[in-house]
Design a protein around this ligand. Structure first.
Ligand code: PEP
Ligand code: MN
Length: 334
């Protein structure tokens, strides 16, 4: 349930109302908008007499939120959220370019990629240390050593880093990782989501291969319900009957999620199409449709990459994409 207060409500009256609601065992989430203050009520709201609440002088309107996602709901928090990843803001006009290899392979590799993507305008470095591979015989990542190497690249370049977690027991290894990725395959690993809800790290939550947007938001809700509201949603292509591309990029996920939620939405064009030649056009589409950023795989030597070489851009290709994305952003801002 949300209660919208009248503009200019005195602080004392607002506080009295909040105390009264908390007295009914409800958690009250306050969001101060440009004009209105919105109180989000979480818990068993069946005890709240809507007519009584709505009749109060300081209350403009009261609405039940029928969707099962509350904290992630735009009705609950009408403004766009801005998530801060170690100084890099994402959302509400702040556009992020996350780039780097699918997997961290060596110190030389990750530092070189970090330097090159930074030069080309990336503001966060990606790199997988724990890799979710379809085959157990494929390269599984450098694991803890991979995280160490990412931290070296962070030190060398100043870029914040994002890496995927697959097991909550690994959380101590992610202490200095700036943003934690939950991959598509773990989008509904609810125990993992609950653990991440107990941290205060920004979480990059990728949409599952066959999950609806509502399910994605319910997964975000798991993290937020635990107290961590720093969630960034990522559309990375879904499984359809089409096999020409690795997945099918659902570009409409961006405007849809933005209607449904206040959380930032970014797009991963690399996993979406699986072919480097298609990544630029998908990145441009993502930018034009209002995404808050991109996460793109970039490799120093895509042909010899340990993982996902076919979809990885070279430095030159990423540089070109990055520039054109800036141009598109200028056009859509007009
Ligand atoms: C990745 O980012 O390398 C990855 C495995 O992504 P996804 O979970 O979207 O497949
Ligand atoms: Mn990959």
């Amino acid at each position: 349930m949300i209660a919208v207060l009248r503009p200019g409500t005195p602080a004392e009256q607002q506080e009295n109302l909040i105390n009264w609601l908390q007295g009914m065992d409800l958690k009250v989430h306050i969001s101060e908008g440009e004009f209105h203050t919105v109180l989000g009520l979480i818990g068993d709201t069946s005890r709240v007499d809507i007519d009584l609440l709505e009749g109060l002088e300081i209350v403009e309107s009261v609405r039940r939120i029928s969707e099962p996602y509350k904290k992630a709901n735009r009705k609950f928090f009408p403004d766009d959220s801005v998530i801060d990843v170690s100084g890099v803001k994402i959302g509400k006009g702040h556009f992020v370019k996350i780039a780097g290899p699918c997997s961290v392979e060596s110190e030389e590799q990750i530092i070189l990629v970090a330097q090159k993507v930074k030069e080309a305008g990336a503001n966060i470095l990606r790199g997988g240390a724990f890799k979710p591979r379809t085959s157990p015989y494929d390269f599984q990542g450098l694991k803890a050593d991979g995280i160490e190497l990412l931290l070296k690249a962070k030190q060398a370049t100043g870029l914040p880093i994002v890496s995927e977690i697959m097991n909550a027991n690994h959380l101590p290894l992610f202490e200095d990782v700036d943003m934690i990725q939950v991959g598509a395959r773990n989008m509904q690993n609810f125990e993992l989501l609950k653990e991440l809800g107990r941290t205060n790290k920004p979480i990059l939550l990728k949409r599952g291969l066959a999950n609806t947007l509502k399910e994605l938001l319910m997964s975000a809700e798991y993290i937020m319900a635990g107290g961590n509201e720093n969630v960034i949603l990522c559309e990375r292509g879904i499984r359809t009957f089409e096999t020409y591309t690795r997945n099918t990029l659902d570009v409409s996920a961006v405007p849809s999620l933005k209607e449904m939620s206040h959380l930032p939405v970014i797009i991963d064009p690399s996993h979406a199409c699986g072919h480097s030649r298609m990544v630029p056009s998908m990145a441009y589409a993502a930018t034009a449709c209002g995404a808050d950023g991109l996460i793109i795989e970039v490799h120093n030597d895509p042909k010899n990459a340990m993982c996902d070489g076919a979809q990885s851009l070279t430095f030159e290709q990423f540089d070109k994409v990055s520039r054109k994305v800036d141009e598109i952003r200028k056009v859509i801002a007009e």
